[in-house]
Design a protein around this ligand. Structure first.
Ligand SMILES: [Mg+2]
Length: 435
């Protein structure tokens, strides 16, 4: 696909050549269509050190080579075309580039005739411009989930985002007010994991942009308010046979009663086996650990897990099986890197298939009221530091995602943790001042 011709045909004046760094930040250069031909071949140049990519100022240019297949013409500004890019340096793909890492996982499945599909549920808050307060001061109910009045007060923003998804052909199918005051969720169709990761990235950009247009600030921060439900980013997973286009996770004769296949259980076994290590990828910020491990919120539930368990159609576990042929991972939060999140799922799942891991039987209990029933199950890390220490030592993820990436990611996250520890909280002053 020649991007210059596409620009002429579609009336695109500028391209955003973008990539997501290891910490999930979206970086871009704005390139006039007249210059796109060279950029399509050579890539747009970035100083990697200036982003979260574990490089030094002495490194050569990091080149972001756009994937023409990822092109999205901005529905709210059609003169702009957005492109996801893969990072290259010194003639080689960058080992720690999240999109490169995900593509490698996809390749392994493809070699076995399998395509992995996923859908994501990105929760977000609409705040005022300061980012400190809810925009809607009337949104005060103790149980605000599905509140029609509060949803419709934001109709202009939500419908504009949904209209964009309709125009882009993502097949959006529902929008609602979520469980926290000021919180929303918008759902669109699942598809192959790379497309979902690109759309997830674009959805965050689109939601923030359209919210800004309306004088609001959208945030995907895992836990913006201590007493309210946090922003999850649940992912639904299934594997499909490329030739027959059949869902390989579906089996109506499942003896465990969830209508999942043996392959699905093995995949699930691999995820559960590596869940503590995956936590650093699924919950990558200091703030993430204030969402998981929460006791409760003003609405009555945190909707997030703290233990490595799975169940049927039961939202109190790390994994839920809401319908035949797929499962929902409920651990991820709004800070999860769209590419590393999917790459982590595939790496864990691949290990489960290779080693034929048995996840055991589903636990049909309420984990919020009966956690003692799951005493023998592993607990999730309590903070980012513990999560990074576990990830660093996880040889399955190291082997599958690459040692260079695990080392770079851990190094930079340790630095983040140290910076966090140097900042003092109000809690410390209030509780230690009279020591
Ligand atoms: Mg939700």
């Amino acid at each position: 696909m020649d991007l210059y011709s596409v620009a002429k045909e579609k009336g695109i004046k500028y391209f955003l050549i973008s990539f997501v760094d290891m910490f999930g930040s979206l970086r871009a250069k704005l390139v006039p269509a007249t210059a796109i031909s060279a950029m399509q071949k050579e890539g747009a140049g970035f100083a990697g050190f200036a982003t979260w990519m574990d490089m030094t100022p002495a490194n050569s240019d990091t080149l972001a080579i756009p994937d023409p297949e990822s092109l999205i013409q901005l529905p709210w500004k059609p003169e702009l075309g957005w492109l996801a890019a893969d990072l290259w340096m010194d003639g080689k793909p960058v080992e720690s580039c999240p999109r490169v890492i995900l593509k490698r996982q996809i390749e392994k499945f493809k070699n076995n005739g399998i395509v992995a599909k996923s859908g994501v549920e990105c929760e977000f808050f609409l705040l005022d411009n300061s980012g400190e307060k809810l925009y809607d001061t009337q949104d005060t109910q103790e149980k605000p989930c599905y509140d029609q009045q509060a949803l419709m007060r934001r109709y202009d923003v939500i419908s504009e985002i949904c209209d964009c998804m309709l125009k882009l052909g993502w097949n959006p199918y529902q929008n609602d007010h979520e469980d926290a005051n000021g919180q929303f969720e918008m759902n669109w169709d699942f598809t192959d994991v790379l497309t979902t990761a690109d759309r997830h990235t674009f959805f965050k950009y689109m939601t923030k942009s359209i919210a800004e247009k309306h004088g609001l600030r959208a945030t995907f921060m895992p836990k913006p308010f201590t007493h309210l439900t946090g922003n999850g980013c649940h992912a639904h997973i299934s594997l499909w046979d490329i030739k027959s286009n059949k869902n390989m996770f579906a089996d109506a004769n499942d003896s465990r009663g969830l209508q999942l296949s043996e392959l699905a259980y093995q995949f699930l076994g691999g995820i559960l086996h590596n869940a503590q290590g995956l936590c650093a990828l699924f919950n990558p910020t200091v703030n993430s650990y204030k969402r998981i491990n929460t006791v409760s919120t003003s609405s009555g539930a945190s909707w997030s897990p703290s233990t490595v368990t799975y169940s049927g159609n039961n939202r109190t576990h790390l994994v839920r099986v809401p319908a035949p042929g797929r499962f929902e991972l409920r651990l991820m939060d709004g800070a999860a890197n769209p590419y590393l999140m999917q790459a982590g799922i595939l790496a864990g799942g691949q290990y489960g298939i290779d080693e034929k891991i048995n996840p055991g039987d589903p636990l049909h209990i309420n984990m919020y009221t009966e956690p003692y029933e799951a005493k023998e199950h592993e607990k999730l890390p309590k903070n980012l530091l513990d999560a990074i220490r576990i990830l660093e030592k996880n040889n399955v993820l190291r082997e599958n995602l690459g040692s260079e990436f695990i080392d770079s990611f851990s190094k930079m996250k340790y630095e983040e943790w140290n910076k966090y520890c140097q900042s003092m909280s109000d809690w410390e002053r209030l509780n230690v001042i009279d020591c």
